[in-house]
Write a protein that binds this ligand. Structure first.
Ligand code: FDA
Ligand code: NAD
Length: 434
């Protein structure tokens, strides 16, 4: 069968794929030049909605409401948008084979596409307790969350179990956001995780204590420092109980697991050079193979600000890396080059009435300000990370858009500080003077 020729092929129709399409259109795309393959049935959407408004009991977010690029204030790219722009959007179609010598990819339907330039935007998938051979982890009633299909299954389970109890395994982003969603759906939640506090990837125990106290105030039972070693199930295969490492057992007919993600490297694994678990790219997201780029969760890129390579599993980077790669591709066609990607890390989360943002690097000593009044109406609470007298990272709970811009500026400029006490007493005032 003859290969179908395309100037550009994007493998992955998630956040990165959707933002790449927008950038191609913005910079000039002829009909028939671009094909996007997606393993999902929905056109690219803003994935963060799934663990937030998608789970709300009242007026939940639903597609087509949150297709890219609404998350960054852009145009909502409905499936018709791709058709109007002459982009072939092949949904529910997985790339199962790649040949980077002959520049082809093969779909699960057997079609072969030959590309001029390829963008790998395959994202991540969740770590599964079955991968860790946890007995009973295959029981019905155990849920994970990565895409709309997973979200719909969880929504159904929530509806059919209203008023019941749920167990949330994991104390990271998914664990915190879904524990809150289940609680607002009137489900009594117990969280279990092996760490000493919420979100140890970013929070210190002191910072986490505010969020832990808030969740407990909402009725969430938090069990730290242990993990689930097995599940029991009934005769129909539904989960009934979780057995913990510390010997306790918890009755539960609904379990939500968020124990981390792993980048989806297949079917490019072995074809592209890897670094730190992702595909090694340069500052334009070019991989080790000519005409192949990798963006979003799968890319390990040079973090210019910190002089080292990193992989980032967050939406802001997925959007910006897509734009950078497409700009670099289009510039190269004209014999031009783009500036290096100079990314300022940006992470955020929302749950209950809480909303925090973090910019920069969480290295060095953490200086928390406003902790005593945290949560009181009108009060502010935040943190700075200080290394070698330089402020490297900044965190703010409940900031307005303007206040969040201030902490972003601090993280970008890395101002020097004389004493930790100066930061504690100035709080957000320190950021406003930068
Ligand atoms: P993304 O996962 O978005 O897309 C990858 C796409 O590729 C998928 O559609 C997949 O089906 C497809 N695919 C994979 N292999 C394929 C193949 N072989 N052939 C064809 N298609 C293939 N971040 C943040 O900063 N703030 C937040 O609030 C949240 N919230 C959040 C909630 C939930 C539930 C999740 C799962 C994740 C977040 N994130 C987040 C993380 C953020 O969504 C994530 O970093 C980006 O979606 C990554 O974008 P990518 O394009 O790299 O992958
Ligand atoms: P995560 O890495 O944020 O958290 C995983 C948590 O599970 C950690 O606290 C870890 O210690 C814990 N854990 C590990 N093994 C465990 C076990 N056996 N039992 C119990 N706990 C265990 O990952 P996540 O929360 O699963 O999120 C998945 C992906 O989705 C990540 O890429 C994340 O960045 C992304 N995400 C981001 C956001 C956001 O940025 N607001 C929101 C949701 C999801």
């Amino acid at each position: 069968m003859a290969a179908i020729l395309r100037k550009y092929v994007v493998v992955g129709g998630g956040v990165g794929g959707g933002y790449a399409a927008r950038e191609f259109v913005k910079l000039g795309l002829q009909p028939g030049e671009l094909t996007i393959f997606s393993g999902e049935q929905a056109a690219p959407y803003e994935r963060p909605a799934l663990s937030k408004a998608y789970m709300f009991p009242d007026s939940p977010a639903r597609l087509p409401g949150f297709h890219v690029c609404v998350g960054s204030g852009g145009e909502k790219q409905l499936p018709e948008w791709y058709a109007e722009k002459g982009i072939e959007l092949k949904l529910d179609t997985k790339i199962v084979k790649a040949d980077v010598e002959n520049k082809t990819v093969t779909t699960d339907k057997g079609d072969v596409y030959q590309y001029g330039t390829l963008l790998v935007a395959t994202g991540s998938t969740f770590l599964n307790l079955e991968d860790f051979k946890t007995p009973g982890a295959d029981a019905k009633g155990i849920f994970y969350l990565r895409d709309v299909r997973d979200a719909d299954k969880l929504v159904e389970a929530i509806k059919s179990r209203k008023g019941d109890e749920a167990l949330v395994v994991g104390g990271g982003y998914i664990g915190l956001e879904l524990a809150a969603c289940l609680t607002v759906n009137n489900i009594k939640v117990t969280m279990v995780f092996p760490d000493p506090c919420f979100m140890p990837r970013l929070f210190t125990p002191e910072l986490a204590s505010f969020y832990e106290g808030y969740y407990e105030g909402k009725g969430v039972n938090i069990i730290k420092g242990t993990s689930v070693t097995a599940f029991e199930k009934d005769a129909d295969g539904y989960v009934t109980k979780a057995i913990l490492k510390d010997g306790r057992s918890l009755d539960s007919s609904l379990v939500v697991v968020g124990i981390g993600a792993k980048p989806l490297l297949t079917p490019f694994k072995g074809l592209l050079e890897e670094d730190k678990g992702g595909f090694k790219v340069d500052s334009t997201f070019k991989t080790s193979v000519p005409d192949v780029y990798a963006i979003g969760d799968v890319a390990t890129f040079p973090m210019k600000m910190y002089g080292e390579s990193r992989r980032v599993e967050h939406v802001d980077h997925a959007r910006k890396s897509a734009m950078q790669a497409v700009q670099a591709i289009k510039a190269a066609e004209k014999g031009e080059v783009v500036d290096d990607y100079d990314y300022l890390p940006f992470f955020y989360s929302r749950s209950f009435d809480l909303s925090w943002q973090f910019y920069g690097d969480n290295v060095g000593e953490t200086v928390i300000w406003g902790r005593e009044g945290a949560g009181a109406p009108g009060s502010k609470f935040g943190a700075y990370w200080v290394k070698d007298n330089k402020v490297m990272g900044a965190f703010l709970e409940g900031g307005s858009p303007d206040e969040n811009k201030l902490i972003a500026k601090v993280a970008r400029e890395q101002p020097t500080v004389d004493t930790k006490e100066d930061l504690v007493s100035a709080g957000l005032g320190f950021a406003s003077k930068i």
